[in-house]
Every structure is written in structure tokens, then in C-alpha cells.
Design a protein around this ligand. Structure first.
Ligand SMILES: [Cu+2]
Length: 288
């Protein structure tokens, strides 16, 4: 039976507590930090050589889908009632709304050093010491809305512009493409300043602190954000029946993207799974 991922703002008190407790238990066991390490390891940009699987690449969506499934499976081993909630940032746009409440992820960082001081993931609560990709120390940090240089969350209209594109991705399959659903959602824009961060990327910037860069998994909101991004892939498929993951075939030896992107039926490292196999996961979970 497929389980259901819910909008975080609709979770009951008990569902909130069980989700938070399972996350803290995963962290206590040391398993959570393995996810942080893995995301850091696969944080390859298109300015570097080699295969890109997780970012600036068509497999951005299937890679993070499988990554979410792995974490969710680990959580459900701890508590079988838990599923990954999603944060709809087109609707819950305030720093006081879900998921920033004391019974979920806690609130904004303090002004002086952006350290999160409220909720279960606050450093002083003692259960969430950052160990991987440490730049600002051991405490979780956030700068919601970026007080020093304010930035806005993407709007529903901005998200709709990505969903309206009927082509999954286009050559050269990287951060420079201006067409295709994948990068319009992943959000590598053109031009300077904050306007160049779209949709998925812009949300990382809006949260700030730990959510910037390869160690962004250190903030549990990473998963709620990526669950909502994952939901957009499903919505895009529903809006464009028959549209598939691209590229369908691996770029040839003369193509500058040869061996640098994952085609539909190729394996998606580090897993033994293809993007094609991840296009339909309706037997595993669905979204409410
Ligand atoms: Cu990522």
C-alpha cells in the first residue's frame, strides 16, 4: 500500500511530534550525518569535470527523489507511521507559519550569529549538533528572508512558469539552460543578484544559514523543501501526459556532455536505479 506525504501545515500535534522524534533518533544513531556526507560528496557543479548526478543536471529530480526515499525509509524503520511532510512555500510564506513552529523545525536564527535558538533542533536543546560541512560551528543557523539583503520566496506564478514548460530538459543539460522544466524548477537563472535564483534555489537562499551550499542537509527543512520540489515533478507529469525524463539516450563521444549526465535508462549513482524507474513511484507514496 502506498503511503501518503502530507502538507506540513496539516499535520496533527501527534504527527508533528512523531516526525520530529524520528528525525532526532536518526541523528542520535549517527545515520543522519551519513545523508549530509552523501549530499556533500555529490555536490558537483557543471564548472567541474565528471559526471553530475545531483545538481545542475537532468537527474537533479530523480537523484533527490531517491535521496528522500532513503531518508524516509530510515525514518519509517524508527516509526512506521512517519512520512516526509512537504513545505508548500507558495502558501506558507511567513517566518511564523509552518514549518517554523516550536513543535516542528523551530524558528529563525538570532540576529547576532543566525543561530537557531527555538524548537527541537536548537543547539541548546542538545540533540542537533552539526558535524559535517561545518563552517559556522556546531549550531544550526538560519537567516529567514535574509534580513541584511531581503529576498522573497518564489510565488505560485513563478513556480507555474516552470510547470508550464512541456519539455523536461534541454541540451547542454546544465545550469545555463533557459528552457526546460528541470532548470526552471532547480533555478539556475541568468543575470545578477538575487533575481538569478529561481524556485528551488531561491528557497535555499531565503532560508539561508546552513541551507546555503552542499551541507544544506544539516537543516531538516531541506527534506520538506525537497519533498515539495518532488511533488512538482509529479504535477508536471500530470500536466503534460506522455512527457518523459530527458535525455533519453546518453550524449555521444563528440558531445561536450558525454559521460557528464545520466540518461533515462542509465544508472544513477550511487544507486542501482535509473531515472526511468523513478518516474512513477505511485506504488510507493502519493501526495495529499
Ligand atoms: Cu541537493
Amino acid at each position: 500500500m502506498a503511503y501518503t506525504r502530507k502538507d506540513v501545515s496539516t499535520l496533527t500535534r501527534t504527527e508533528r511530534r512523531r516526525f520530529v522524534d524520528a528525525m532526532l533518533e536518526l541523528k542520535r544513531r549517527g545515520e543522519y550525518d551519513e545523508f549530509v556526507r552523501m549530499h556533500l560528496e555529490y555536490y558537483t557543479s557543471d564548472g567541474e569535470d565528471g559526471l553530475r548526478t545531483a545538481h545542475m543536471t537532468p537527474s537533479f529530480l530523480p537523484w533527490h527523489r531517491q535521496f528522500l526515499l532513503d531518508l524516509e525509509r530510515a525514518l519509517r524503520r524508527i516509526d512506521a507511521s512517519v512520512t516526509m511532510p512537504y513545505w508548500d512555500w507558495t502558501r506558507d510564506r511567513s517566518t511564523a507559519s509552518a514549518p517554523w513552529t516550536d513543535d516542528l523545525l523551530g524558528g529563525n536564527g538570532r540576529r547576532s550569529d543566525h543561530r537557531v535558538t527555538t524548537g527541537p533542533f536548537a543547539y541548546a536543546a542538545g540533540h542537533w549538533t552539526i558535524k559535517e560541512g561545518v563552517t559556522d560551528g556546531k549550531a544550526l543557523t538560519r537567516d529567514l528572508g535574509r534580513a541584511g539583503a531581503p529576498i522573497a520566496l518564489p510565488t505560485k506564478a513563478e513556480l507555474d512558469r516552470a510547470l508550464a514548460d512541456s519539455v523536461y530538459d534541454v541540451w547542454p543539460w546544465d545550469s545555463t539552460v533557459t528552457k526546460g522544466f528541470r532548470n526552471k524548477l532547480e533555478g539556475w537563472g541568468t543575470g545578477g543578484g538575487s533575481a538569478s535564483w529561481l524556485n528551488h534555489n531561491r528557497v535555499h537562499r531565503w532560508v539561508g544559514g546552513a541551507m546555503l551550499g552542499g551541507a544544506s542537509v544539516n537543516d531538516p527543512v531541506f527534506w520538506l523543501h525537497h519533498a515539495f520540489v518532488d511533488l512538482q515533478w509529479y504535477r508536471w507529469q500530470r500536466r503534460h501526459p506522455g512527457a518523459r525524463y530527458l535525455p533519453a539516450r546518453a550524449p555521444g563521444p563528440s558531445d561536450e556532455q558525454h559521460d557528464r549526465v545520466v540518461a533515462r535508462d542509465q544508472k544513477l549513482p550511487p544507486w542501482d536505479v535509473t531515472p526511468a524507474a523513478l518516474e512513477d513511484v505511485s506504488r510507493v507514496y502519493r501526495y495529499a
